[in-house]
Ligand binder design. Structure first.
Ligand SMILES: [Cu+2]
Length: 119
């Protein structure tokens, strides 16, 4: 019994080691995907995303009910993509090439915000 438990622990450790992909390797581009975020009148939908390193988020911006545009302004931090200026209509992609949690706001609409977790 003790032998089986030890083997299971060793297996788990080895598997976890493989999953971390060595840390410094460039993520494969062939597996990268695109995910859409839409603007509602004063909210992002979805306002929480988990994506993989190298994935693209496409911000689909349409005017709010009162005709105002939206911006996407990220909290400043290492590896953050470029902000999106106030836009009325457009699909604007941003690639997330750095792991982390990226919080963003639309400053036209207080409280309109979202988070993207890059793993
Ligand atoms: Cu907005």
């Amino acid at each position: 019994m003790r032998v089986f438990i030890s083997a299971a622990v060793v297996l788990a450790v080895v598997t976890a080691g493989c999953g971390s992909d060595g840390g410094t390797t460039t993520p494969p581009t062939s597996n990268n995907k695109s995910v859409d975020v839409f603007t509602l009148s004063s909210a992002f939908s979805p306002n929480f995303l988990q994506i993989a390193q190298g994935d693209t988020v496409r911000f689909n911006i349409v005017p709010a009910a009162n005709g105002e545009g939206h911006d996407v302004t990220f909290d400043p931090q290492s590896g953050v993509p470029a902000n999106i200026k106030v836009t009325l209509n457009g699909v604007i992609p941003r690639v997330f090439s750095t792991k982390g949690t990226f919080h963003y706001n639309c400053f036209v609409h207080p409280g309109m915000s979202g988070d993207i977790v890059v793993q």
